[in-house]
Design a protein. Structure first.
Length: 569
């Protein structure tokens, strides 16, 4: 009846897509009041429908054919396109499996038209339907519905390729791995490795070489395994990036326990395979197996970090197939392991190291404290991800682990009876620790408040794509800080480059919006932001000047001067 209010309700699910797709959903409702007569049409609404309808893809005026081999080449038979030379082209198939969607698409020109080289999927299509998007030199975009049939594709030299290319990516990965040794998160483990190398410096050179190679094998294999996991998860549709394992509270808590156990071992609370009675005994420990697992541990500690050159290489790797991605991650591991392998193989460098002695035992004990510091930092990360309950559960597991290590250590020099008692107490404590660890729990939903990793003194708000778009529509300057609690490089940058008075004053004076993209927990929107700028991990710093078409990407290792220079434009 007229005047009655009817409410239409729906559950909406959709994908927001640009370089990557982000799933969203919402409960929608629309109250409508029944009218006795039809309402007059809204002219502005009709204009909006017309404007958006004009953006829909239109049927291609040109025939299209494709050839499938080691690549899938799509040919648009249009001499006018070859003459106009569009700035970019991209193809979106209507069915999954026809092409590898995340792989690079190369554009080239033949005499009779445009050729787009794609990576073929597992399915060989009888015909290829989809949308071809063409971007002209003036930036305007035309979308065409195409129906491609199998046929001959002319040979072409591709002139446009988005990406580094494999040789440069391998070089960047090698350089990034070398620089990664200087990142603050890796230094505690590298100090342990330096001590191990020093212990072999004046002993059998063959043994030093074996341990060097074992360390390198552990580092390279760890990078390959971790990189392959990221590549396979992304190929399966997961929105993950470099350091993804530290977005899981159970992984963070487990890593904290491992680092804590290493610290207890360095402090001498317990020993595996015998005790230490002096510096000479210490030099006889380790071996190739120990060196291998030191390499594994070093990579595990390095996982949150992204070094210069490394980001570009990883971004390229994760757009390739798994085989090429593995090559790039192996190159990263070679760069990371190279310094210690070369030292272990060089007699001249080994002779420069001090002779083994009691100082090594003292230095070893001192190295426990950076490990305890790393464990404390990981507990802080866990508190951001899983809250106080997860933190208490991890602390309980740590106490149980410490008691187990102490009970085992003190009982090794006792009588047979007390050795058995100590072993039983250690096992019982480990079981209690495992029980406590099981209560760490999953990650909490992302909080709506500003992240605890935001720099102090600057008014900030959480990043989301809609807020960024709204601020840019207001022609307001925007600074985006993609960071994470587990990213040591991010935290150092925030203290060194983003917390000083000159930077705070510049943000306030220029009324710059500061958006914190906190990637501590998994967030598909932030993963999409990273991917859109060729990154697979944090940190990422973007500055959008008022009215600018694109963001200025700042260096990963920031200084205050670089930030101020970017803000001044």
């Amino acid at each position: 009846k007229p005047g009655q209010v009817l409410t239409l309700k729906a559950e909406g699910n959709w994908l927001v897509c640009k370089e990557v797709c982000i799933p969203e959903d919402a409960a929608l409702s629309l109250p409508l009041t029944v009218s006795a007569q039809p309402a007059a049409p809204y002219a502005t609404l009709a204009d909006q429908f017309a404007a958006w309808r004009a953006k829909l893809p239109t049927a291609s005026p040109w025939p299209v054919r494709f050839a499938r081999g080691t690549s899938l080449d799509l040919f648009v038979a249009a001499p006018s396109l070859a003459a106009a030379r569009p700035k970019a082209a991209a193809f979106f198939p209507l069915h999954q499996g026809w092409i590898v969607g995340h792989a690079l698409q190369e554009m080239g020109f033949a005499e009779g038209g445009l050729v787009l080289r794609l990576q073929p999927g597992k399915t060989a299509p009888p015909a290829l339907d989809g949308v071809l998007e063409l971007t002209s030199s003036d930036g305007s975009v035309q979308a065409l519905n195409i129906h491609a049939v199998p046929g001959a594709v002319p040979a072409v030299r591709f002139v446009q390729s988005a990406g580094l290319g494999l040789p440069l990516a391998l070089l960047f990965a090698l350089l990034g791995g070398l620089i990664l040794n200087l990142m603050p998160c890796v230094l505690p483990v590298l100090a342990m490795k330096a001590l191990a190398v020093a212990s072999k410096a004046h002993a059998d050179r063959g043994e030093a070489a074996r341990e060097g190679f074992a360390y390198g094998a552990g580092a390279v294999l760890s990078f390959v395994v971790l990189g392959s996991a990221v590549a396979l998860l992304r190929a399966g549709g997961e929105a993950v990036g470099w350091g993804f394992q530290l977005q899981e509270p159970l992984a963070v808590a487990g890593f904290a326990l491992l680092i804590f156990a290493v610290g207890l071992n360095l402090s001498g609370v317990f020993e595996i395979g015998g005790g230490i009675t002096g510096g000479d005994a210490f030099t006889k420990k380790g071996g190739a197996l120990g060196a291998f697992f030191t390499g594994v541990l070093a990579v595990a500690v390095a996982a949150p970090c992204t070094a210069p050159f490394m980001a570009a290489a990883l971004g390229f790797a994760l757009t390739q197939g798994v085989v090429l991605a593995v090559l790039i991650f192996a190159s990263l591991g070679l760069g990371f392991a190279a310094p210690f392998v070369l030292i272990a193989l060089s007699p001249a460098l080994l002779r420069l190291l001090p002779k083994p002695g009691l100082w090594m035992l003292r230095f070893r004990q001192a190295l426990a404290f950076p490990m305890y510091g790393a464990a404390a930092w990981l507990l802080w990360v866990l508190a951001q991800e899983a809250g106080p309950d997860g933190l208490v559960a991890a602390l309980g597991a740590m106490i149980a682990l410490a008691f187990a290590a102490w009970a085992w250590g003190v009982s090794r020099t006792a009588s047979s009876h007390w050795r058995h008692v100590g072993a039983a107490a250690a096992v019982l404590a480990l079981l209690l620790g495992a029980f406590s660890y099981s209560f760490v729990g999953p990650a909490r939903p992302a909080a709506a408040s500003v992240s605890s990793v935001a720099p102090p003194g600057i008014a900030s708000e959480p990043y989301n794509p809609a807020r960024l778009a709204a601020l840019r529509a207001q022609h307001r300057a925007v600074f985006v800080d993609a960071t994470a609690a587990w990213c040591i490089t991010c935290l150092v940058n925030e203290k060194v480059a983003l917390s000083g008075a000159p930077v705070r004053e510049a943000f306030a004076r220029q009324h710059i919006a500061y958006l914190v993209a906190d990637w501590t927990n998994r967030d598909p929107a932030i993963t999409a932001l990273l991917s859109a700028h060729g990154r697979t991990g944090v940190p990422l710093y973007l500055y959008y000047a008022p009215g600018a078409d694109a963001a200025q990407v700042l260096p990963q290792i920031l200084t205050e001067d670089e930030v101020l220079t970017a803000l001044r434009g």
